[in-house]
Design a protein. Structure first.
Length: 266
């Protein structure tokens, strides 16, 4: 008598699952490039409006001497665009949870954490594409030409991606718990607008009212923007390590709560 020993199939490893799921998300993005184009329109409109409305700030006493306002503004736009993309990561996850995609994933022999990591990585690639397009617009249309050159702007872009990636995990965690696209957007905008405007993003902190200066000085976005701006302008960099550590901490905390929320029944 021949005994057949059945070997239980254990599925692919975690890295392979992340790679396959990331490629799936990126194929969706490439097949519909309108997603990138329309996601660039909002920050491009903000760049156009702020660069024209606040251009006179460059002539005020508290503004850095010899710096064009577009060179001062653009690093902040990079960070803010990355932050807005982080919110869209959460909204996209809620959409997948509602349209049945994640229900199908749950029936497959894959780790649920790989779905979240793949979503994070695909959104990171999408954000990078947005920021590169924004830089091209800024250089060709608005004359963005900071003293830090290509090297400084590249590092500022990388910092913006790190900040957006860390915040993306926070919004992914929120998405797994609220599971409602409208509520997700409301929570995101309530969090983003104070961070954006109570910071050094558009005007020097010294030009803000006293109480708002106190808020801006403890606002983590201020430190991220200041670091990105210093890199682009070839100024002494401060707050870079703090911004990276904060982003890493947000990613870890977001990962923990996102996995817990993701395991709840749909």
């Amino acid at each position: 008598m021949t005994t057949l020993t059945a070997t239980r199939w254990r599925g692919t490893d975690f890295g392979t699952q992340v790679l396959v799921l990331t490629q799936r998300s990126l194929r969706t993005l490439v097949s519909d490039p309108r997603m990138i184009v329309f996601s660039v329109l909002q920050p491009l409109i903000m760049l156009t409006l702020f660069s024209q409305i606040f251009a006179s700030i460059a002539n005020t006493p508290g503004f850095p001497a010899g710096v064009a306002y577009i060179d001062y503004l653009m690093p902040a736009i990079l960070v803010n665009t990355a932050m807005q993309s982080a919110l869209q990561a959460g909204v996209g996850l809620v959409t997948d949870m509602k349209n049945g995609v994640l229900a199908r994933f749950r029936s497959l022999p894959i780790r649920l954490g790989s779905v979240l990591v793949a979503r994070s990585l695909s959104d990171l690639v999408r954000t990078a594409a947005q920021l590169v397009l924004m830089l091209l617009f800024a250089v060709t249309i608005f004359g963005f030409s900071p003293a830090g050159g290509v090297a400084g702007v590249t590092v500022a872009l990388a910092l913006s991606l790190a900040v957006g990636w860390g915040l993306g995990w926070v919004f992914l965690a929120i998405a797994t718990w609220v599971r409602n696209a409208e509520l997700m957007q409301t929570v995101g905008f309530l969090a983003m607008f104070p961070l954006m405007f109570a910071s050094s993003a558009y005007v020097p902190v010294s030009g803000l009212p006293g109480w708002l200066q106190a808020v801006a000085n403890v606002n983590p976005l201020t430190h991220a923007v200041d670091a990105a701006r210093a890199l682009a302008l070839a100024h002494p960099v401060s707050g870079l390590v703090g911004a990276l550590v904060t982003s890493a901490g947000l990613a870890v905390v977001g990962w923990v709560f996102a996995v817990r929320g993701f395991r709840k029944p749909l």
